[in-house]
Design a protein around this ligand. Structure first.
Ligand code: AMP
Ligand code: MG
Length: 521
């Protein structure tokens, strides 16, 4: 049984218009909207860990009234559904009002530990912010969001969570690559769970409209509800708050770099004020290490949101947020200090990340050079990012020859000829790497334990998610359950799960969904 207190709608100004007619919503931070019922809800998967956060037992999640609520076919007592009003910079340009076009928050619940969790359906029908779109989500994108939310959590990456994946029993029409080939696909709804779904774009929209009183109101609401540990005078709290937003964003993005996650659409409407990974769309996981890689075909030309660019984009996004906050802060100094803090934290975290990934006990000039050279070699020899670090974790620093490690690296190259041409370079690098590790004077078990904690064995490989999608579209959701299970313990190698660590197979190289996705996903 969930209890709701719904502070967002209780404390912030709402839209008096209850219709779902697409419109500019002025003077309100949210619009009341009820989910549109669907034909045949079916609970395809749910996350026990996420249910536990809410204090829900299995029989409660699988209960028919609860499943109906997760499909938008009914509300539970205390729910007060709404769509949030926000704007954003999309691909570097101000896009004006966007808002929850296919997300509907059901309510904010508080669990027995006093933690606040907002429940939000994605794909539950149109809202005033749907513009000309349908407010729905397809099964493939819903599976991707459901699995990745939970996988990221288990990987230790700050993220929104996913409670349920429900099939709607209704088709949704999508033109996957915007190439004039629309087709019907099965529809689905994910219930996302987060302490807050407030984005940078909520603040930016109010600033763009010069609604400075509401901007201050939203800022103070966010601090009071979502950053209750911040104390002191309002101006002191606000300064500390922006600094913390910058720090959290830095930590999140470095985690992405560590696990090889590419968000794909880092628009400011997709940036959580809590520094959580949010809005899983055309995201992807690095296969061969390539800082220029992006899974998002909509971004194929400019590659704005490529893997290696993510820390810089996060900083740019924070600068847009800072710009929006100027009218309330008055003084730009605390905002500049926050942005400065982002750089400091991101750089320190990147260094700590590399210490963990490579097993360095210290990080001096020698280690910095080794790291730079290793990434260049990874790219040149087309190594699988995840598997390369597992191979380094198994490296015997005292071995006379490096053949075991070199063979292991060769086996995970996507371009074997490139690896063979650089085998000597790798060998020379390993010799210097071994010397640095030996000089680090850390015991091998301690070093390997740190490396294991930094380098996942299992990630939600693009082709694995696609296999789960293909099976689920054919009526079998069992691989969704298997992947949810595999990703529960991503750092512990387990017998029998070798297939989930394999390099991308050839069939997946150019297959839609595996390495190429569009925003419509
Ligand atoms: P995204 O790139 O998925 O973060 O979406 C950008 C904007 O488009 C947000 O305001 C979404 O709510 C909206 N949007 C995306 N897909 C749909 C859809 N199928 N129906 C309504 N609105 C959508
Ligand atoms: Mg979005």
């Amino acid at each position: 049984m969930l209890t709701f207190d719904n502070r967002f709608t209780a404390e912030l100004p709402g839209d008096p218009d209850t219709s779902i007619r697409p419109r500019q919503v002025l003077g309100a931070l949210w619009s009341p909207v009820v989910p549109t019922p669907v034909a045949a809800p079916a609970l395809l998967a749910w996350s026990p860990e996420c249910a536990a956060l809410l204090g829900l037992a299995e029989r409660e999640v699988t209960d028919s009234a609860f499943v109906a609520a997760m499909a938008g076919n009914g509300l539970l007592p205390g729910m007060r559904p709404y769509a949030a009003n926000y704007g954003g910079h999309q691909f570097g340009s101000w896009a004006g009002q966007l808002g929850d076009g296919r997300a509907i928050t059901l309510g904010e619940t508080v669990n027995a530990r006093g933690e606040r969790w907002e429940l939000q359906l994605k794909g539950a029908g149109p809202t005033p912010y749907s513009r000309r779109a349908d407010g729905r989500a397809v099964l493939r994108s819903s599976i991707r969001e459901f699995l990745c939310s939970e996988a990221m959590h288990h990987l230790g990456v700050p993220t929104t969570r996913a409670l349920t994946l429900v099939g709607t029993g209704e088709p949704v029409v999508r033109d996957m690559f915007y190439d004039g080939n629309p087709r019907e696909e099965p529809g689905a709804i994910v219930c996302r769970v987060s302490p807050s779904f407030i984005r940078f774009g909520n603040f930016e929209l109010l600033a763009a409209r010069e609604a400075h009183d509401q901007l201050a109101q939203l800022m103070d609401f966010t601090i009071a509800r979502d950053f209750p540990h911040l104390e002191g005078e309002p101006s002191v709290r606000r300064t500390a708050w922006f600094r913390e937003v910058c720090e959290r964003t830095a930590r999140m993005v470095v985690h992405w770099m560590r696990v090889g996650f590419v968000h794909g659409v880092m628009n400011t409407d997709n940036m959580s004020i809590l520094g959580l990974t949010i809005d899983y769309g055309p995201y992807g996981w690095l296969e061969e290490f390539d800082p220029t890689w992006t899974p998002n075909t909509t971004d194929a030309v400019g590659r704005r949101y490529r893997y290696g660019q993510q820390p810089a984009v996060a900083q740019w996004n924070l600068a847009q947020l800072a710009e929006a906050l100027v009218p309330v802060f008055g003084d730009v100094a605390p905002l500049e200090a926050g942005l400065e803090r982002y750089l400091v934290v991101a750089n320190a975290e990147l260094e700590a990340m590399n210490c963990g990934k490579f097993g360095f006990a210290e990080f001096g000039e020698r280690e910095r050079t080794l790291v730079r050279e290793a990434y260049a070699l990874l790219q040149r020899t087309h190594l699988d990012y995840t598997n390369a670090f597992l191979a380094l974790g198994a490296f015997d620093v005292h071995a006379v020859a490096h053949d075991t490690t070199l063979d292991a690296l060769a086996a995970i190259s996507y371009e074997r000829a490139n690896f063979d041409a650089a085998r000597e370079a790798w060998s020379a690098w390993l010799t210097r790497y071994a010397a640095a590790l030996i000089d680090g004077a850390e015991s091998a078990p301690a070093r390997v334990a740190r490396m294991r904690a930094a380098n996942p064995t299992y990630v939600l490989r693009n082709y694995l998610a696609q296999e789960a999608i293909d099976a689920a579209e054919a009526g079998d959701a069992s691989l969704v359950h298997t992947l949810l299970d595999v990703m529960r313990h991503p750092y512990a190698e387990r017998p029998g799960l070798e297939r989930f660590t394999r390099n991308r197979p050839d069939w997946a190289r150019e297959k839609a969904g595996c390495s190429m996705l569009s925003c419509s996903s």
